[in-house]
Ligand binder design. Structure first.
Ligand SMILES: Cc1ncc(COP(=O)(O)O)c(C=O)c1O
Length: 351
Protein backbone atom coordinates (compact mmCIF):
# COMPACT_ATOMS: atom_id res chain seq x y z
CA UNK A 1 0.00 0.00 0.00
CA UNK A 2 1.22 3.52 -0.82
CA UNK A 3 2.46 5.17 2.38
CA UNK A 4 1.62 8.84 2.96
CA UNK A 5 4.40 11.02 1.64
CA UNK A 6 6.59 12.79 4.21
CA UNK A 7 7.48 16.23 2.92
CA UNK A 8 10.78 17.21 4.51
CA UNK A 9 11.99 19.11 1.47
CA UNK A 10 10.32 22.55 1.71
CA UNK A 11 10.71 23.52 5.36
CA UNK A 12 7.02 23.16 6.10
CA UNK A 13 5.31 22.20 9.35
CA UNK A 14 4.77 18.52 10.07
CA UNK A 15 2.99 19.15 13.38
CA UNK A 16 -0.50 20.22 14.45
CA UNK A 17 -1.62 23.85 14.63
CA UNK A 18 -2.26 25.16 18.16
CA UNK A 19 -5.69 24.79 19.76
CA UNK A 20 -6.12 28.56 19.68
CA UNK A 21 -5.54 28.54 15.91
CA UNK A 22 -8.11 25.79 15.40
CA UNK A 23 -10.58 27.72 17.57
CA UNK A 24 -10.00 30.98 15.71
CA UNK A 25 -10.81 29.19 12.47
CA UNK A 26 -13.86 27.29 13.77
CA UNK A 27 -15.33 30.29 15.56
CA UNK A 28 -14.75 32.79 12.78
CA UNK A 29 -17.86 34.82 12.02
CA UNK A 30 -18.20 34.39 8.26
CA UNK A 31 -20.30 37.56 8.05
CA UNK A 32 -17.12 39.54 8.68
CA UNK A 33 -16.19 38.72 5.11
CA UNK A 34 -19.21 40.74 3.90
CA UNK A 35 -17.47 43.95 5.02
CA UNK A 36 -14.11 45.61 4.72
CA UNK A 37 -12.27 46.08 8.00
CA UNK A 38 -13.38 49.03 10.13
CA UNK A 39 -9.98 49.60 11.72
CA UNK A 40 -8.92 51.96 8.93
CA UNK A 41 -11.20 54.47 10.70
CA UNK A 42 -8.55 54.55 13.43
CA UNK A 43 -5.81 55.12 10.85
CA UNK A 44 -4.52 51.54 11.18
CA UNK A 45 -4.20 48.91 8.51
CA UNK A 46 -5.28 45.73 10.26
CA UNK A 47 -6.17 44.20 13.60
CA UNK A 48 -3.03 42.10 13.08
CA UNK A 49 -0.67 45.06 12.59
CA UNK A 50 -2.30 46.61 15.66
CA UNK A 51 -1.61 43.41 17.61
CA UNK A 52 1.98 43.29 16.35
CA UNK A 53 2.46 46.92 17.30
CA UNK A 54 1.62 46.08 20.88
CA UNK A 55 3.56 42.81 20.94
CA UNK A 56 6.77 44.33 19.54
CA UNK A 57 6.20 47.78 21.05
CA UNK A 58 6.66 49.36 17.63
CA UNK A 59 4.58 52.11 16.00
CA UNK A 60 1.83 50.56 13.86
CA UNK A 61 2.87 52.78 10.94
CA UNK A 62 6.18 50.95 10.85
CA UNK A 63 4.55 47.59 10.31
CA UNK A 64 3.78 46.16 6.89
CA UNK A 65 1.78 43.06 6.00
CA UNK A 66 1.93 40.83 2.98
CA UNK A 67 1.02 37.59 1.34
CA UNK A 68 3.84 35.72 3.09
CA UNK A 69 7.40 37.01 3.52
CA UNK A 70 7.68 36.21 -0.18
CA UNK A 71 5.38 39.12 -0.99
CA UNK A 72 7.10 41.57 1.37
CA UNK A 73 10.49 40.73 -0.13
CA UNK A 74 9.10 41.22 -3.62
CA UNK A 75 7.47 44.53 -2.69
CA UNK A 76 10.71 45.83 -1.18
CA UNK A 77 12.94 44.66 -4.00
CA UNK A 78 10.61 45.95 -6.72
CA UNK A 79 10.11 49.28 -4.97
CA UNK A 80 13.69 50.09 -4.07
CA UNK A 81 15.28 48.83 -7.30
CA UNK A 82 12.95 50.93 -9.45
CA UNK A 83 13.10 54.20 -7.50
CA UNK A 84 15.79 55.64 -9.73
CA UNK A 85 19.48 55.38 -8.82
CA UNK A 86 21.23 52.10 -8.22
CA UNK A 87 19.48 48.93 -9.40
CA UNK A 88 21.89 46.59 -7.66
CA UNK A 89 21.16 44.22 -4.81
CA UNK A 90 23.78 42.21 -2.92
CA UNK A 91 22.72 38.73 -1.83
CA UNK A 92 24.55 35.95 0.04
CA UNK A 93 26.37 33.43 -2.17
CA UNK A 94 24.38 30.47 -0.89
CA UNK A 95 20.82 31.63 -0.44
CA UNK A 96 17.22 31.29 -1.56
CA UNK A 97 16.99 31.34 -5.38
CA UNK A 98 13.96 33.64 -5.14
CA UNK A 99 16.02 36.77 -4.28
CA UNK A 100 17.66 36.90 -7.70
CA UNK A 101 14.42 36.05 -9.44
CA UNK A 102 12.51 39.04 -7.97
CA UNK A 103 15.36 41.40 -8.85
CA UNK A 104 15.36 39.99 -12.40
CA UNK A 105 11.64 40.78 -12.68
CA UNK A 106 12.45 44.50 -12.59
CA UNK A 107 15.71 44.24 -14.54
CA UNK A 108 17.76 44.66 -11.38
CA UNK A 109 21.29 43.36 -10.95
CA UNK A 110 22.17 40.90 -8.23
CA UNK A 111 25.72 40.34 -7.04
CA UNK A 112 26.65 37.62 -4.61
CA UNK A 113 28.78 38.33 -1.59
CA UNK A 114 30.86 35.50 -0.13
CA UNK A 115 29.68 33.22 2.61
CA UNK A 116 32.41 31.09 4.18
CA UNK A 117 32.38 27.67 5.71
CA UNK A 118 33.91 27.96 9.15
CA UNK A 119 33.98 24.82 11.29
CA UNK A 120 30.45 23.47 11.48
CA UNK A 121 28.78 26.67 10.28
CA UNK A 122 28.74 29.33 7.57
CA UNK A 123 29.60 32.95 8.22
CA UNK A 124 30.11 36.33 6.59
CA UNK A 125 33.35 38.19 6.11
CA UNK A 126 32.22 41.59 7.40
CA UNK A 127 35.37 43.40 6.25
CA UNK A 128 35.09 41.91 2.75
CA UNK A 129 31.41 42.75 2.63
CA UNK A 130 32.10 46.35 3.67
CA UNK A 131 34.67 46.71 0.89
CA UNK A 132 32.12 45.35 -1.61
CA UNK A 133 29.37 47.69 -0.34
CA UNK A 134 31.73 50.70 -0.56
CA UNK A 135 32.69 49.81 -4.10
CA UNK A 136 29.32 48.77 -5.53
CA UNK A 137 27.08 51.17 -3.55
CA UNK A 138 24.11 48.81 -3.87
CA UNK A 139 20.53 49.96 -3.40
CA UNK A 140 19.80 46.85 -1.32
CA UNK A 141 21.96 44.68 0.89
CA UNK A 142 19.94 41.54 1.53
CA UNK A 143 20.73 39.33 4.50
CA UNK A 144 18.85 36.22 5.52
CA UNK A 145 18.93 35.29 9.16
CA UNK A 146 18.68 32.34 9.47
CA UNK A 147 19.83 31.72 5.93
CA UNK A 148 18.35 29.06 3.66
CA UNK A 149 19.96 26.56 2.93
CA UNK A 150 22.96 27.00 5.22
CA UNK A 151 20.91 27.33 8.44
CA UNK A 152 23.18 29.90 10.14
CA UNK A 153 21.88 33.16 11.57
CA UNK A 154 23.16 36.58 12.56
CA UNK A 155 23.23 37.89 16.11
CA UNK A 156 21.39 41.21 16.68
CA UNK A 157 24.80 42.86 17.21
CA UNK A 158 25.91 41.59 13.79
CA UNK A 159 22.79 43.01 12.15
CA UNK A 160 23.56 46.32 13.77
CA UNK A 161 27.14 46.12 12.55
CA UNK A 162 25.83 45.73 8.98
CA UNK A 163 23.57 48.74 9.40
CA UNK A 164 26.46 50.83 10.66
CA UNK A 165 28.57 49.67 7.76
CA UNK A 166 26.35 50.91 4.92
CA UNK A 167 25.31 54.39 3.82
CA UNK A 168 21.72 55.37 4.73
CA UNK A 169 20.95 55.27 0.99
CA UNK A 170 21.43 51.48 0.99
CA UNK A 171 18.43 49.54 2.28
CA UNK A 172 19.31 46.61 4.52
CA UNK A 173 16.61 44.04 3.78
CA UNK A 174 16.59 41.30 6.41
CA UNK A 175 14.75 38.07 5.68
CA UNK A 176 13.92 36.61 9.08
CA UNK A 177 11.42 34.02 7.81
CA UNK A 178 13.17 31.33 9.88
CA UNK A 179 13.60 33.39 13.04
CA UNK A 180 12.43 32.26 16.51
CA UNK A 181 13.30 28.56 16.42
CA UNK A 182 16.32 28.91 18.66
CA UNK A 183 15.95 32.34 20.26
CA UNK A 184 12.72 34.08 21.21
CA UNK A 185 14.41 37.45 21.67
CA UNK A 186 12.68 40.01 19.47
CA UNK A 187 13.60 43.13 21.45
CA UNK A 188 16.33 44.09 18.96
CA UNK A 189 13.72 44.61 16.22
CA UNK A 190 12.36 47.71 17.97
CA UNK A 191 15.86 49.06 18.54
CA UNK A 192 16.88 48.59 14.90
CA UNK A 193 13.76 50.10 13.31
CA UNK A 194 13.82 53.04 15.71
CA UNK A 195 17.53 53.73 15.14
CA UNK A 196 18.00 53.11 11.42
CA UNK A 197 15.81 54.61 8.69
CA UNK A 198 17.06 52.16 6.06
CA UNK A 199 16.10 48.79 7.53
CA UNK A 200 13.31 46.39 6.51
CA UNK A 201 12.84 43.20 8.55
CA UNK A 202 10.53 40.51 7.12
CA UNK A 203 8.94 37.76 9.18
CA UNK A 204 6.19 35.26 8.53
CA UNK A 205 3.57 32.90 9.95
CA UNK A 206 4.89 30.16 7.63
CA UNK A 207 7.78 28.71 9.59
CA UNK A 208 7.85 29.03 13.41
CA UNK A 209 4.05 29.40 13.53
CA UNK A 210 3.64 26.58 11.03
CA UNK A 211 1.04 28.14 8.72
CA UNK A 212 2.63 28.37 5.26
CA UNK A 213 -0.78 27.87 3.65
CA UNK A 214 -2.11 30.98 5.41
CA UNK A 215 0.18 33.21 3.32
CA UNK A 216 0.68 35.81 6.02
CA UNK A 217 3.90 37.76 6.35
CA UNK A 218 4.71 40.80 8.45
CA UNK A 219 7.54 43.26 8.39
CA UNK A 220 9.03 46.14 10.36
CA UNK A 221 10.55 49.18 8.69
CA UNK A 222 12.64 52.14 9.74
CA UNK A 223 11.29 55.69 9.51
CA UNK A 224 12.21 58.46 7.16
CA UNK A 225 10.90 59.98 3.95
CA UNK A 226 11.99 57.17 1.67
CA UNK A 227 10.71 54.45 3.99
CA UNK A 228 7.40 56.26 4.53
CA UNK A 229 6.91 56.29 0.75
CA UNK A 230 7.63 52.56 0.64
CA UNK A 231 5.15 51.93 3.47
CA UNK A 232 2.43 53.85 1.61
CA UNK A 233 3.20 51.78 -1.49
CA UNK A 234 2.94 48.56 0.52
CA UNK A 235 -0.20 49.33 2.52
CA UNK A 236 -3.56 48.07 1.25
CA UNK A 237 -6.24 50.73 1.38
CA UNK A 238 -9.15 48.31 1.78
CA UNK A 239 -7.44 46.09 4.33
CA UNK A 240 -6.29 42.51 4.50
CA UNK A 241 -7.85 39.04 4.65
CA UNK A 242 -9.99 39.19 7.78
CA UNK A 243 -9.87 35.45 8.44
CA UNK A 244 -6.08 35.26 8.10
CA UNK A 245 -5.67 38.22 10.47
CA UNK A 246 -7.59 36.41 13.22
CA UNK A 247 -5.76 33.13 12.71
CA UNK A 248 -2.42 34.96 12.75
CA UNK A 249 -3.24 36.63 16.06
CA UNK A 250 -4.27 33.26 17.54
CA UNK A 251 -0.96 31.75 16.39
CA UNK A 252 1.08 34.53 17.99
CA UNK A 253 -0.85 33.97 21.19
CA UNK A 254 0.13 30.27 21.21
CA UNK A 255 3.82 30.71 21.97
CA UNK A 256 3.89 27.69 24.28
CA UNK A 257 2.61 25.27 21.64
CA UNK A 258 5.13 26.42 19.05
CA UNK A 259 7.98 26.51 21.59
CA UNK A 260 7.20 22.87 22.31
CA UNK A 261 7.53 22.09 18.60
CA UNK A 262 10.81 24.03 18.49
CA UNK A 263 12.08 21.82 21.34
CA UNK A 264 11.32 18.67 19.31
CA UNK A 265 13.39 20.24 16.52
CA UNK A 266 16.25 20.86 18.94
CA UNK A 267 16.21 17.16 19.90
CA UNK A 268 16.46 16.32 16.19
CA UNK A 269 19.47 18.63 15.72
CA UNK A 270 21.16 16.87 18.62
CA UNK A 271 20.33 13.45 17.19
CA UNK A 272 21.78 14.30 13.77
CA UNK A 273 24.90 15.64 15.48
CA UNK A 274 25.32 12.61 17.67
CA UNK A 275 24.58 9.96 15.06
CA UNK A 276 25.37 11.37 11.62
CA UNK A 277 28.22 13.82 12.24
CA UNK A 278 30.73 11.06 13.21
CA UNK A 279 30.09 9.06 9.99
CA UNK A 280 32.87 8.96 7.45
CA UNK A 281 32.49 11.70 4.83
CA UNK A 282 29.44 13.28 6.49
CA UNK A 283 29.21 16.72 8.06
CA UNK A 284 26.28 18.18 10.00
CA UNK A 285 26.08 21.96 10.01
CA UNK A 286 24.87 23.99 12.94
CA UNK A 287 21.27 25.09 12.43
CA UNK A 288 19.08 27.76 13.98
CA UNK A 289 16.24 27.10 11.53
CA UNK A 290 13.59 24.39 11.05
CA UNK A 291 15.92 22.46 8.72
CA UNK A 292 19.43 21.12 8.86
CA UNK A 293 22.12 20.96 6.19
CA UNK A 294 24.12 17.75 5.95
CA UNK A 295 27.10 17.06 3.68
CA UNK A 296 27.35 13.47 2.44
CA UNK A 297 29.79 11.51 0.26
CA UNK A 298 28.62 12.23 -3.29
CA UNK A 299 28.96 8.56 -4.32
CA UNK A 300 26.06 7.80 -1.96
CA UNK A 301 23.68 10.24 -3.65
CA UNK A 302 21.68 7.74 -5.69
CA UNK A 303 21.46 5.21 -2.88
CA UNK A 304 20.28 7.89 -0.46
CA UNK A 305 17.71 9.23 -2.91
CA UNK A 306 16.40 5.72 -3.58
CA UNK A 307 16.27 4.85 0.13
CA UNK A 308 14.30 8.01 0.95
CA UNK A 309 11.92 7.39 -1.96
CA UNK A 310 11.36 3.81 -0.76
CA UNK A 311 10.40 5.17 2.66
CA UNK A 312 8.10 7.83 1.09
CA UNK A 313 10.30 10.69 2.25
CA UNK A 314 11.10 13.80 0.26
CA UNK A 315 14.42 15.46 1.14
CA UNK A 316 16.03 18.36 -0.69
CA UNK A 317 19.26 17.36 -2.44
CA UNK A 318 21.13 20.58 -3.19
CA UNK A 319 22.70 20.98 -6.60
CA UNK A 320 24.20 24.47 -6.65
CA UNK A 321 27.92 24.84 -7.27
CA UNK A 322 29.84 24.72 -3.98
CA UNK A 323 26.95 23.15 -2.14
CA UNK A 324 26.08 20.15 -4.29
CA UNK A 325 27.01 17.25 -2.02
CA UNK A 326 24.60 18.45 0.63
CA UNK A 327 21.06 17.63 1.60
CA UNK A 328 18.71 19.99 3.38
CA UNK A 329 16.36 18.17 5.70
CA UNK A 330 13.30 19.79 7.28
CA UNK A 331 13.06 19.00 10.98
CA UNK A 332 9.83 17.09 11.47
CA UNK A 333 8.06 15.00 14.04
CA UNK A 334 10.14 12.68 16.25
CA UNK A 335 9.31 9.52 14.30
CA UNK A 336 10.04 11.22 10.97
CA UNK A 337 13.42 12.46 12.19
CA UNK A 338 14.20 8.96 13.46
CA UNK A 339 13.35 7.42 10.08
CA UNK A 340 15.53 9.92 8.23
CA UNK A 341 18.43 9.32 10.57
CA UNK A 342 18.07 5.51 10.31
CA UNK A 343 17.89 5.72 6.52
CA UNK A 344 21.16 7.67 6.38
CA UNK A 345 22.82 5.29 8.85
CA UNK A 346 21.71 2.30 6.81
CA UNK A 347 23.13 3.66 3.54
CA UNK A 348 26.34 4.93 5.16
CA UNK A 349 27.05 1.45 6.58
CA UNK A 350 26.97 -0.02 3.09
CA UNK A 351 29.98 2.12 2.06
C1 LIG B 1 14.54 32.20 3.20
C2 LIG B 1 13.07 32.20 2.97
N1 LIG B 1 12.38 33.34 3.10
C3 LIG B 1 11.04 33.37 2.91
C4 LIG B 1 10.35 32.22 2.57
C5 LIG B 1 8.88 32.29 2.25
O1 LIG B 1 8.11 32.56 3.32
P1 LIG B 1 6.54 32.82 3.15
O2 LIG B 1 5.87 31.51 3.17
O3 LIG B 1 6.22 33.68 4.31
O4 LIG B 1 6.33 33.52 1.85
C6 LIG B 1 11.02 31.02 2.40
C7 LIG B 1 10.26 29.80 2.03
O5 LIG B 1 10.70 28.70 2.04
C8 LIG B 1 12.42 31.00 2.60
O6 LIG B 1 13.13 29.88 2.44
Amino acid sequence: MQQDMNFLDRNEFNFEPSEEVVKAFNNFDIKKLCFYTRIYGEGKKSIFSDFLSERYDINEQQIILGYGAEDLLKQAVHYFLTEGGSKTMLIPKYSWWYYKSIADEVAGTTLQYPVYENGDTFCYDFEGLKAMVDEVKPKILLVASPNNPTGNGLEPSELERLLQMVQPSTIVLVDEAYASFVSDDTSYVKKLVETYSNVVICRTLSKFYGLPGLRMGFGFVGRGEEMDRFTRYSNKYLGYDRLSEEIAIAALKSEEHYRHVANVMQEAREMYNREIAPLNGFKVYRSVANFILIKYPIELKEALQQAFADQSYKIKFMDEPGINTHMRITLGRREQNRTVCDTILHIAKQQ
